[in-house]
Design a binder for this molecule. Structure first.
Ligand code: RB5
Length: 172
């Protein structure tokens, strides 16, 4: 797989270790930086990393900052990006399988190196389950990615709310 990766200065060595981990597993990596410890701003690298994923240059993306929050939020602003900030293996599986997440966000100062590797393994190995329901849900989520004032449809999620009310989700 071709993986686009980015980080801020707080976690540069952690990102470098992840790059090596991915390369050792045979993946091709586009390292968007940052490359040193000089103070910088995570949105720059969130945007760069996501841009390569949504353009199709990379298959999936990984973004890392101290908490993972700043760079995940930033990368998700790129149209077509679906970034999931993940701190456990099960969330990585859910993000890929159900939401077709294309960017994995992690907090390098929060999540340990071994767990990050497990999360990456699961994120990369899990295929999106392309069901009609998942497709509809993702399309509706993508439809929110416009100016809030333009989201006029009060009933956008009615079918999902109805399913929830009928106890559909807990049973799955
Ligand atoms: C440092 O800029 C720090 O705020 C950043 O790495 C991150 O933790 C933000 O979510």
């Amino acid at each position: 797989m071709k993986i686009s990766i980015g980080c801020d200065h707080i976690v540069t060595e952690i990102k470098d270790n992840v790059v090596k981990y991915l390369q050792d597993k045979g993946h091709e990596v586009i390292d968007n930086g940052t490359y040193d410890k000089v103070r910088t701003h995570y949105p720059i690298y969130g945007k760069k990393t996501a841009a390569k994923v949504v353009s199709g240059e990379a298959d999936l993306g990984i973004v890392i900052c101290g908490t993972g929050v700043g760079i995940s939020v930033s990368s998700d602003k790129v149209k077509g990006a679906r970034t999931a900030l993940v701190g456990n293996v099960e969330s990585a599986r859910f993000a890929r399988e159900t939401l077709n997440a294309n960017i994995l966000g992690m907090g390098g100062r929060i999540t340990g190196a071994g767990l990050m590797e497990n999360i990456i393994d699961v994120f990369l190995a899990t295929a999106y389950k392309k069901t009609e329901e998942n497709e509809r849900l993702i399309a509706k989520i993508d439809a929110i990615a416009i100016d809030a004032a333009q989201v006029k449809d009060e009933h956008l999620f009615d079918e999902f709310i109805e399913k929830w009310d009928q106890g559909g989700y807990p049973a799955e």
